[in-house]
Design a protein around this ligand. Structure first.
Ligand SMILES: NC(=O)c1ccc[n+]([C@@H]2O[C@H](COP(=O)([O-])OP(=O)(O)OC[C@H]3O[C@@H](n4cnc5c(N)ncnc54)[C@H](OP(=O)(O)O)[C@@H]3O)[C@@H](O)[C@H]2O)c1
Length: 279
C-alpha cells in the first residue's frame, strides 16, 4: 500500500518534515507520499476536509494548530490528553487518534546519544515552560529521574508544568537567576525557550559561569544548529546535544505510529544537520 501522509500548519513551506519522512520511507522501502497542507485559521476547516477526502493515513500538526486540532480528533492518547496538544494524528479506519511525540522523541534522542545518562540518580533542569517544555517534562517524569527542576521567565507558566506530575516527582520552580547560580547541581540542562533562535542568534537564556564540565547541555532550538548557549557550553568543556536530533526522533515515533515500522534513524542525524545548513 502507498501511505498518504502529511503536515498541517501555517506557515509550513520551509518545513523539513517532507524530507525527513521521505528518508524514512526510502530506508524502510515503504511506498508513500508526505504532503504539506497549508492554511491560515480561516481555511482550517477546509484543510481538515481535504485530509478526510484524501483518506489520509496520518499527519503531523504544527504551529498554530497543536491545540485547536483536538476539536477534530476522535481519541487522544494519554500524553496528548495531559498536554492538551497533538502533533501526530493516526487515521484508524476513519477514526482519528491524536498523539504527542515531542517529549518521547526528545528522550529517545537523548538516550541515543547518551545511553547511560538517565537513571534514578539524574538531576535535570528544564529552562522554559512552553508547549515543548511541557512535553519534555511529562516524558522525563516517566523516566524516574531523581529531580526535574523548571526555570522560566513566567513563574506562573512554570507552575503549570507541576500539574503534569502523576507522582511526587521532586521538582522545584526557579527563577532564571536562581537556576544560573546552581547550574553545577544538574546532570542535564535542557534549553526549551525560543531564545537564541534565528535571527537572534547572539541571545543566550542564562549565563553558564556555574556550569560543571560533566553536565550535558541540550538546546531544542535547531536554527541555528549550534546556538550561542551550546557554543558557550562546549567552550566550557561540557557535552552538548542538538535540537535537530529531537526533530528527527519525534518524527521517527510518528512514522512508527503510522506504519508500524521501527526504524534505526541514527545515521540521519548528520544528514539532517547538512540539510539544515543548506549543504
Ligand atoms: N527540536 C524540536 O524538535 C523542537 C520541537 C518543538 C519546539 N522546538 C523549538 O522550541 C522553542 C519553543 O517552542 P514552544 O512551542 O515551546 O514555544 P512556546 O510554547 O511559545 O514557549 C516559549 C517559551 O520561551 C520562553 N521565552 C520566549 N521568549 C523569551 C525571552 N525573551 N526571555 C525568556 N524566555 C522567553 C517563554 O517564556 P514565558 O513563558 O515567560 O513567555 C516560554 O517558556 C522554539 O524555538 C521551537 O522552534 C523545537
Amino acid at each position: 500500500m502507498a501511505y498518504k501522509l502529511g503536515l498541517i500548519g501555517h506557515p509550513i513551506e520551509h518545513s523539513l518534515s517532507p524530507w525527513i519522512h521521505q528518508q524514512f520511507m526510502d530506508v524502510a522501502n515503504i511506498d508513500g507520499e508526505y504532503k504539506l497542507y497549508e492554511g491560515d485559521h480561516a481555511k482550517l476547516p477546509e484543510v481538515i476536509q481535504q485530509l478526510r477526502d484524501h483518506r489520509i493515513d496520518g499527519f503531523n500538526v504544527t504551529v498554530p494548530y497543536k491545540q485547536v486540532i483536538i476539536d477534530y480528533i476522535d481519541e487522544l492518547d494519554p500524553a496528548a490528553k495531559a498536554l492538551g496538544a497533538v502533533n501526530t494524528v493516526v487515521n484508524q479506519n476513519g477514526t482519528w487518534k491524536g498523539y504527542s511525540t515531542d517529549g518521547e522523541g526528545y528522550v529517545r534522542s537523548m538516550k541515543e546519544q547518551f545511553p547511560s545518562l538517565l537513571n534514578e540518580a539524574s538531576s535535570v533542569l528544564i529552562l522554559g515552560a512552553g508547549g515543548a517544555a511541557r512535553g519534555i517534562y511529562r516524558a522525563f517524569i516517566q523516566q524516574n529521574v531523581k529531580r526535574i527542576d523548571i526555570a522560566n521567565r513566567s513563574e506562573q507558566r512554570a507552575n503549570g508544568l507541576l500539574e503534569l506530575r502523576q507522582d511526587p516527582t521532586v521538582s522545584t520552580v526557579l527563577t532564571l537567576q536562581q537556576a544560573e547560580s546552581q547550574l553545577n547541581e544538574y546532570d542535564l540542562i535542557i534549553q526549551t525557550t525560543s531564545v537564541g533562535m534565528k535571527p537572534n542568534t547572539d541571545e543566550q537564556i542564562i549565563r553558564l559561569d556555574h556550569l560543571h564540565p560533566d553536565t550535558i547541555v541540550s538546546d531544542i532550538v535547531y536554527q541555528p544548529i549550534t546556538t550561542a548557549l551550546l557554543k558557550d557550553a562546549k567552550q566550557r568543556g561540557a557535552k552538548i546535544h542538538h535540537g535537530h536530533a529531537m526533530l528527527l526522533y519525534q518524527a521517527q515515533l510518528a512514522f512508527e505510529k503510522w506504519t508500524g515500522t521501527n526504524l534505526d534513524v541514527g545515521h540521519l542525524v548528520d544528514e539532517l544537520e547538512r540539510k539544515l545548513r543548506g549543504e
